[in-house]
Design a protein around this ligand. Structure first.
Ligand SMILES: C[S@@+](CC[C@H](N)C(=O)[O-])C[C@H]1O[C@@H](n2cnc3c(N)ncnc32)[C@H](O)[C@@H]1O
Length: 196
């Protein structure tokens, strides 16, 4: 699941993007005071545009330049910074009041991904991590037919275990998705606040 894989997926798969933000993002962030937000694995940019419309100053990063180019091409009245970044290899340059990642693949073989997510949260800021609720066995199926076993990916519980003292868990739930995607019907949602 490197840059080549994701660029090929965004090039070859014919998406009809809804343009809507993820339901868990809207549920968890509506009403919170806006600040600086980082959307990791921003894909089509719908979440970044929604955050910007709520008053957040948004930096949106993705491993795929193809995704970023498409996201940046969508008209929005709000300024968003779009940046190429492989979170497995590189930490964000700044810290943020919100670090949001929806369905970001966090491979157990790349433990720096989760570390970089957590470290990008500023004091008093929040981490919002949303993942598919997957069974213990089975696999994601890539656009090219590659199978990626569920067991190879870190879960929100694995990321929660990294937080330790100095964090308050605000949300740790499984919730039905309003918008079902493929066979993914349930989200695991972790929202945690770093002490100020
Ligand atoms: C399943 S898609 C989700 C996209 C979007 N967040 C959404 O909810 O529709 C995962 C996204 O993470 C990006 N991605 C995968 N690995 C990444 C990494 N190591 N660093 C940054 N982005 C990554 C992919 O290019 C893709 O856009």
């Amino acid at each position: 699941m490197d840059q080549e894989f994701w660029d090929a997926m965004y090039t070859n798969v014919d998406f009809s993007w809804s343009g809507n933000p993820n339901g868990a993002l809207v549920d968890e962030i509506t009403g919170l005071p806006a600040g600086r937000a980082l959307d990791v694995g921003c894909g089509d940019g719908s979440d970044a545009r929604w955050l910007a419309a709520q008053g957040w100053r948004v930096t949106a990063v993705d491993i795929s330049q193809v995704a970023l180019d498409r996201a940046a091409a969508v008209q929005t009245p709000h300024e968003i910074t779009w940046r190429l970044l492989d979170l497995a290899k590189e930490a964000p340059a700044e810290t943020y009041d919100l670090v949001s990642a929806h369905y970001l693949p966090i491979l157990k073989s790349a433990p720096d991904t989760a570390k970089h997510l957590v470290e990008a949260v500023a004091p008093g800021g929040r981490l919002l991590l949303v993942a598919h609720d997957t069974p213990a066995e089975g696999a994601f199926h890539g656009h090219d037919g590659t199978e990626f076993p569920y067991a190879d990916f870190a879960s929100p519980a694995d990321v929660r275990a990294l937080l330790g003292d100095g964090w308050t868990i605000e949300t740790d739930v499984k919730r039905d998705r309003a918008l079902k995607a493929n066979n993914h019907h349930v989200d695991i949602i972790l929202r945690a606040r770093r002490d100020a």
